[in-house]
Design a protein around this ligand. Structure first.
Ligand code: 6R9
Length: 635
């Protein structure tokens, strides 16, 4: 069993072990898993290259650790509890035994399609249990899964499939989200026109909408598993064999395929899940994320299932049929741990208290948040109205790259403070670094958040671009992993995440690169150039503000252009990247060397043009006045 912390003293003791002797600390955690062959060495690392390896020469299969290891005790306990979009539709509960059978049948089907160890399988699926089945089936046979969030456009899907060189795509006829139906198969068909590596698609029937099945390429999920045996020998994997790729946005260029490997990710996701949420056997745990993001990978699928937990998977949205949906689900399943994003909390807070009144929330023990900084108002509302002042809030800071939670309270153990992620997980060594790369020791300091020692769940590379791995995370500061976040360590040694210090914005908890959005805007035939910045948004945390320079206006005038730019961005990236505000400007503020001075645009978008700082390097100061005059926020 994964070791569990029970007290503050115990937590401090584990942290001390994690610093004094990280190898012994992680050995002890890793020993609670089933290894076909034990590792020879715990860690090998060099942040200069960079090269990171954990549990060297260890052999295992992660699904064997979810299933076979626990079958005596867990076979007939629920593994996945699935709540459909429509509360009137029947739910589904899959026990560990049933889930294993589904996984094995599908794993055999993938093999029959020719999928082998190391091959990439893309998934573009709604939130149905088959999404988890597909991922675990890949892990069973050693294929690398690459889940693409089902809100992304055809082009985004195609880019990710091509970057990974996936040979099989798993999708569905459609997906339900609230009152909307997304035609996933149609979108996938569009994407696949540009994906030469895909040999087959497997289509899960969810909505029953009519779809086009391409002869020889497309197969129904129920047909492909028909007659497959419910047994499939797990593939023996090396600890450092890739488990999955997950794309995320960075400050430059196209999305990066973050690569996680088998042994380290398993140990880290399972350890952090059990400890942060203080999961006890029999608890019902509900994470509202989509599996298309890292939170869903680590804390709907792997972390909970590795601990034999009951993980609730919800297909729909928080606001449908009404803003009480989450609380209805909590009451229906007597949820004990509830994990969501600040943007959802703020949206529900804004809907008013009537959606919580009379809802039975007394089963709740722990509340969690992730994805972006949580403001104090939202924290208090969550604490008072949902937790009724008796549930600790775990504000969990981490990233796609970290694989699991890095800085967070241990529920009920670490004293919390609103808006603070508090303290690191045992075995994690965060540092605050100034812009010159000096480590700021002691308390009451503010700077860049870096990590100075590896942890098992960290990324190993960027798929197909190890050079970019080095540039992005290991070049800004020497011998440290750079997170891209700003942080404050207060007088008590508590960490408060201040948000990104690079050109990444966080919109409703979704990470978006401003460069990515600019590229999409610039595709518009009338756009000459653009600059995108984030601005404070009451519900989304950050909104997207685009400053756009057009050559001429089309017949629709300014509104016409704005609308067609919005449509273009939705088509190229997906609706999550659609600007909230588009200001057409005569030019962008640039330095003499031609760099856009985003700092100035950020200030204007924040509604604070009074203090633009040093603008002496500007090529043309007049353009700044023109932008301020035309600003679409109060400045
Ligand atoms: C897990 C996840 C990572 C970025 C990260 C940071 C922000 C995440 C946070 C938080 C403040 C928290 N972030 N958790 N900021 N407090 N508790 O969200 O991964 O999508 O890769 O985003 O999200 O800026 O760098 P990912």
């Amino acid at each position: 069993m994964v070791p569990k912390i029970h007290s503050l003293g115990g937590y401090i003791h584990e942290c001390q072990k994690g610093i004094a002797n990280p190898e012994a600390f992680w050995n002890q955690v890793a020993e609670s898993f089933f290894w076909r062959k034990r590792w020879d060495k715990t860690v090998d690392w060099d942040f200069k290259k960079p090269e990171i390896k954990w549990f060297i020469n260890g052999k295992l299969n992660i699904t064997e650790n979810i299933f076979e290891k626990n079958l005596y005790t867990h076979a007939n306990l629920p593994a996945i509890i699935w709540e459909p979009n429509d509360p009137k539709e029947e739910n589904r509960v899959l026990t560990y035994k049933e889930l294993l059978a589904e996984v094995n049948m599908f794993a055999n089907a993938l093999k029959r399609l020719g999928v082998r160890k190391g091959d990439r399988v893309a998934l573009y699926m709604p939130m149905v249990p088959e999404l988890a089945v597909g991922m675990l089936a890949c892990a069973r046979i050693g294929a690398i899964h690459s889940v693409v969030f089902a809100g992304f456009s055809a082009q985004s899907l195609a880019d990710r499939i091509n970057d990974a060189g996936a040979t099989v795509l798993l999708t569905a006829d459609g997906g339900y989200r609230g009152s909307k139906v997304t035609p996933l198969k149609d979108i996938a068909d569009d994407a696949l026109k540009h994906c030469p590596t895909i040999k087959n698609t497997v289509v899960f029937k969810r909505t029953g909408s009519s779809v086009n099945m391409k002869e020889g390429r497309d197969i129904w999920w129920h047909d492909v598993i028909h007659g497959e045996p419910a047994h499939c020998e797990p593939e023996e994997m090396d600890a450092e064999d890739e488990l999955f790729i997950l794309y995320t946005s960075g400050s430059t260029g196209k999305p990066k395929g973050i690569v996680h490997t088998t042994g380290g990710y398993m140990v880290y996701s399972a350890y952090t899940f059990k400890n942060v949420f203080q999961y006890d056997p029999g608890d019902v745990y509900f994470c509202t994320a989509d599996i298309g993001w890292i939170t869903g990978h680590s804390y709907i699928v792997y972390g909970p299932l590795l601990n034999g937990a009951q993980t609730l998977m919800f297909e729909g949205v928080p606001s449908w049929p009404d803003a009480g949906r989450f609380w209805d689900i909590v009451a229906k399943y007597k949820v004990n741990q509830f994990y969501t994003a600040p943007t959802a909390i703020r949206a529900l807070l804004a809907k008013g208290p009537e959606f919580i009144e009379g809802k039975r929330l007394e089963s709740l023990k722990v509340l969690g948040t992730v994805g972006e900084p949580i403001n104090e108002e939202a924290w208090h509302w969550y604490h008072d109205h949902i937790g009724k002042n008796r549930c600790p809030i775990v504000d969990t800071w981490w990233q796609t790259e970290t694989g699991g939670i890095m800085i967070s309270p241990i529920a009920g153990v670490t004293p919390t403070k609103p808006s603070f992620a508090t303290m690191p997980m045992p075995g994690v060594q965060p540092v605050v670094v100034d812009n010159q790369g000096n480590e700021l020791v002691g308390n009451s300091v503010e700077g860049n958040l870096c990590i100075k020692y590896p942890w098992p769940g960290m990324l190993r590379t960027i798929w197909g671009d190890h050079k970019r791995m080095k540039e992005t995370y290991f070049s800004r500061f020497e011998n440290m992993y750079f997170t891209g976040d700003g942080v404050k360590r207060d007088e008590d040694g508590y960490y408060r995440i201040l948000g990104r210090v690079d050109d990444v914005i966080n919109v409703s908890g979704h990470r978006l690169g401003t460069a990515e959005i600019e590229n999409a805007i610039n595709e518009h035939p009338l756009v000459n150039e653009s600059a995108v910045v984030g601005y404070p948004h009451a519900i989304k945390g950050q909104g997207i503000y685009a400053f756009v320079v057009c050559g001429e206006l089309s017949t629709g005038g300014e509104d016409g252009i704005r609308n067609s730019i919005m449509k273009g961005v939705t088509k190229i990236i997906g609706p999550i990247a659609k600007p909230d505000i588009i200001q057409l400007v005569p030019g962008l503020p640039k330095t003499r060397s031609g760099k856009i001075m985003r700092r100035i645009l950020r200030k204007i978008a924040e509604g604070d043009a009074s203090n633009l700082g040093d603008i002496t390097t500007l090529l043309d100061e007049e353009v700044v006045d023109q932008i301020i005059d035309g600003a679409l926020v109060d400045v």
